[in-house]
Ligand binder design. Sequence first.
Ligand SMILES: C[S@@+](CC[C@H](N)C(=O)[O-])C[C@H]1O[C@@H](n2cnc3c(N)ncnc32)[C@H](O)[C@@H]1O
Length: 225
Amino acid sequence: MSRHPQPSAREYERLYQQRRAPWNLGEPQPALRELVEAGWCTGTVLDAGCGVGELALAVAARGHHVLGVDLAPSAIRSASEQAVARGLSAHFRAADITELDTGGEVFDTVLDSGLLHSLPESVQSTYLAVLRRVCRIGGRIAVLCFADRPDARTPDSGRLSERRLRELFADGWAIDELVPAEIFGIIPDGVSESSTWPRDAKGRTPMTGWRLRARRVDDAQNRVT
Ligand SMILES: C[S@@+](CC[C@H](N)C(=O)[O-])C[C@H]1O[C@@H](n2cnc3c(N)ncnc32)[C@H](O)[C@@H]1O
């Protein structure tokens, strides 16, 4: 069990209202931005747990139809305002991803920048069931999450082991990549031991993560392979 549980919906909202969300870099997480810039996304895109929408907006700037979903209304308001300010066509919705109703719409690409590790372990399977429903067969997903590896430098809660990730993506997905990746955060001085972790030239702290890429495969096909 984690010593610190993941934040509640109210705590996420408060972090955004007070502009204290440590994952807000003012740009997408580099490990996912590089995929977007390399043209990895295809077709319509869902950014699950989009926060203030930097990743979704980077995708929209490349001409994709994008839906960003986040629990925190303030984050969604900020993302929508940025879309208007930047003249981009992107849609944002405040919703709990585990209850997402897309009215039958399916997406070609799903991006998850720090959502999976933010969900309590008990609801991660429900989230994966939603992803299987909203990602079309043949579609793709990229996930960036905190890693449970020896000497990992991450917050206490939410780390995922390689085994846990393979278990979550065992049904309905074919994993193409599961590699170490950095997740950056902006950690204020004096909050905890994490304030002493090294920072890069932009003041961001690199933490230990995984980047997973998988393809949505037909469930029957998955059982055979
Ligand atoms: C670590 S932050 C990452 C935000 C954004 N993807 C980024 O990279 O800046 C995790 C986000 O997931 C959102 N979140 C947590 N639980 C959620 C849920 N059940 N449904 C939708 N969003 C959720 C939080 O509000 C928060 O914005």
